[in-house]
Design a protein around this ligand. Structure first.
Ligand code: AQP
Length: 334
């Protein structure tokens, strides 16, 4: 039998998972399990590049695991782990720091964005984040790396590192290929369609989290920014009507309808009917996920067994790569 290809992806527990986390990466993941040997992780090492409250970080990491499972990741069919449980990530991250150039790290737009957002804490981790991300990827030698549009630049950097490293030591790392899903690729804030909906944007009405109460979700959608054009019709035009395009993208992902179908459905009805309809579709999409998350979270022993087994399996795979790297660069074997 032909061996399955490998795939890897993770999300930082830097805030409660949002509609963006779900419609961007998470809801594509379960479909990959049959075809690929999948590794999914909670990227807690990455989360601390921004100051975290320890109790919140712990809670969110476990809650995120429950949400992964609730969204359809069957732990018997894929490997789910906490990044800090697999020490090889931090170790290879350090090595790859020595193969990532200052100039290329300085060009990362996420570093610039995050530095601007956290001006009082522009730490080294924020700067070298892409080397750790390259390590996350390369440890498992994946064939495919599903990422959002905004992570594409980091995968490009990982590819540069591979080229540089393999150029010196031979064929050590497999060249990673980014994969960007078409629909739901980038969900924007409901109050500012120019900014991505982010987990860490607290206290802002532009964010919907996976565990938000239905009343809260409806309120957020009713308040969503549409557009100031006089036309006031539901039409997919991301350039001139970004707020409406974002809502259409969410509605399309939640209902499976095409943009044409949505335009016909709301023809002549205006935004007053459209916005609550998107809210309702999201509430219905999230309802089973919320119920299942709550059920799983109540079984702490089960969750622990999942992350322990995941860490063991991931560690075995990661160690194979790390040993090879250490040997190639001249470290004495223990
Ligand atoms: N709004 C979004 N729409 C589509 N995809 C998104 N992703 C994040 N937000 C959206 C994608 O999720 C993957 C994992 O995200 P991450 O947590 O590792 O990094 P992030 O992009 O920094 O996410 P946030 O929510 O914006 O986190 P904070 O607020 O902590 O900075 C990535 O592939 C990302 O594209």
């Amino acid at each position: 039998m032909e061996e399955k290809k490998t795939m890897l992806s993770g999300i930082k527990p830097s805030g409660d998972l949002t509609l963006g986390s779900y419609l961007g990466p998470l809801h594509h993941w379960p479909k990959m399990i049959e075809e690929y040997d999948c590794y999914y992780f909670m990227a807690d090492l990455h989360a601390i590049t921004v100051r975290q409250n320890p109790a919140d970080l712990r809670r969110r990491t476990v809650e995120q695991l429950a949400q992964y499972i609730a969204c359809g990741l069957n732990p018997d069919k894929c490997t789910i782990f906490v990044q800090s449980h697999v020490h090889q990530h931090a170790e290879l991250g350090w090595v790859l720091n020595c193969y990532a150039m200052f100039g290329e790290l300085s060009r990362m737009t996420q570093f610039k964005d995050k530095s601007a957002k956290n001006a009082d804490n522009i730490n080294g981790g924020l700067f070298t984040y892409p080397s750790l991300m390259a390590a996350d990827i390369l440890l498992y030698q994946p064939d495919l790396v599903p990422v959002g549009e905004d992570q594409k630049q980091h995968v490009e950097l990982a590819r540069n590192i591979v080229q540089r490293f393999n150029g010196v030591y031979g064929d050590v790392f497999k060249m990673p290929e980014p994969y960007i899903p078409k629909v739901g690729a980038r969900i924007m804030s409901l109050t500012n369609p120019a900014a991505k909906m982010s987990k860490s944007d607290n206290g802002d009405t532009g964010r919907v989290t996976l565990m938000d109460d239905p009343n809260v979700i409806m309120k957020q959608f009713k308040r969503a920014i549409t557009d100031s054009d006089t036309e006031r019709c539901v039409r997919y035009d991301p350039e001139n009507k970004p707020g409406v395009a974002n809502l259409m993208q969410i509605y399309a992902s939640a209902t499976g309808k095409t943009f044409d179908e949505i335009e016909r459905e709301f023809d002549g009805l205006g935004y007053g009917r459209f916005k609550p309809a998107v809210g309702e579709a999201v509430v219905e999409m999230l309802r089973p996920i919320q119920d299942e998350t709550k059920r799983i979270l109540a079984d702490r022993a089960y969750l622990e067994s999942v992350y322990r087994a995941g860490a063991e399996k991931a560690s075995r795979a990661a160690e194979r790569t790390l040993r090879r790297v250490y040997k190639k660069i001249g470290f004495v074997a223990r």
